[in-house]
Design a protein around this ligand. Structure first.
Ligand code: RRO
Length: 302
């Protein structure tokens, strides 16, 4: 029997396939469905201190090779979301709460309000590509990454993962800033800043004009980021971006990822994607004589 379990700080995952933030994770009902579908862990929609309606439609479109979204951080705010989390009667798998804020102080307040009763870890969204004052606007400055990460760590005993953007010159210096601040791991990558234009009306399609690109097309960007980060940091890195098949996931593991997140693939493959990936990974490992997933993590490094 091959071993596909993996460990991220104090979190034990029965398999390395996590739900990425922002897909089917706005309410307890959807999260329970993901848990029952066989995911190794789930990450929630990014939650802030106050409710946000998000941007007007269109907020998400399918393009030639992926999806383009500018949802605009829609969420009910921390108070209401805690009620959703309280409906997850038993957490069969780790639940990681994605949080966003405009300052270290806002992140600290969220970490104080969301306790270990509700979740098992935090993912800091320092990478949304199109939200003014949030995400990438804070996550492209190593000093801010360090101060935000430290402020969360001071206010929680839970593991803290930092989700970074590929839309920067040097993702490694941002990962190092998070590691030096005491992060338990890095999540790479968020969506790639992009846009599409309707040539008949001669206007951008998304209401926000600019959005984030996800799906198969961004996989090589994600793999490159994971590879570069794992050359320099020693905390675990979670790979995300364009994973639809087990071969995609294995590429991320070989680049150095300890686990991976799946998002856009849910649109095409449905909830079965988690059990399909798990079974396919087990058969691939058997066929290749790999007994433990740890044997392939980072093997592509010189
Ligand atoms: O809500 C969004 O528009 C969004 C977020 Br928070 C994010 O992190 N990445 C993305 O592509 N969209």
């Amino acid at each position: 029997m091959v071993d596909i379990s993996t460990t991220l700080a104090s979190l034990d995952l029965k398999n390395p396939f996590m739900l990425a933030s922002g897909i089917m994770d706005e309410d307890a009902g959807s999260i329970i469905r993901i848990m029952n579908a066989g995911a190794g862990a789930v990450v929630t929609k990014s939650i802030g201190l106050h409710p946000r309606p998000g941007y007007p439609n269109p907020t998400c479109i399918e393009t030639e090779c992926g999806f383009l979204n500018a949802m605009g951080l829609p969420n009910p705010g921390v108070k209401e979301y805690l009620e959703e989390l309280s409906q997850l009667s038993s957490r069969k798998i780790p639940v990681i709460c994605s949080i966003y804020g405009a300052s270290a102080q806002e992140f600290a307040e969220l970490a104080q309000q969301i306790t270990s009763e509700s979740v098992d870890a935090f993912e800091l969204n320092l990478s949304c590509p199109h939200a003014k004052c949030y995400g990438l606007e804070t996550g492209s400055d190593p000093a801010l990454v360090k101060s935000i990460t430290s402020s969360v760590i001071k206010n929680t005993s839970l593991p803290v993962f930092v989700k970074l953007s590929p839309n920067v010159t040097n993702i490694v210096e941002l990962a190092l800033a998070a590691e030096h601040a005491g992060a338990s791991g890095i999540v790479a990558i968020n969506t790639v800043k992009a846009m599409a234009i309707n040539i008949e009306v001669q206007q951008p399609i998304l209401a926000n004009s600019i959005g984030g690109y996800s799906g198969k097309a961004i996989k090589p960007i994600g793999v490159r980021c994971v590879y570069e980060i794992t050359q320099k940091v020693s905390i675990p890195v979670i790979g995300v971006g364009g994973i639809t098949t087990v071969q995609d996931a294995i590429e991320y593991f070989m680049a150095g990822a300890t686990a991976v997140q799946v998002g856009s693939a849910l649109y095409s493959q449905g909830l079965e994607v988690f059990s399909q990936l798990t079974e396919a990974l087990q058969s691939w490992m058997k066929d290749h004589g790999v007994l433990n997933i740890a044997e392939i993590i980072g093997v592509a490094h010189p």
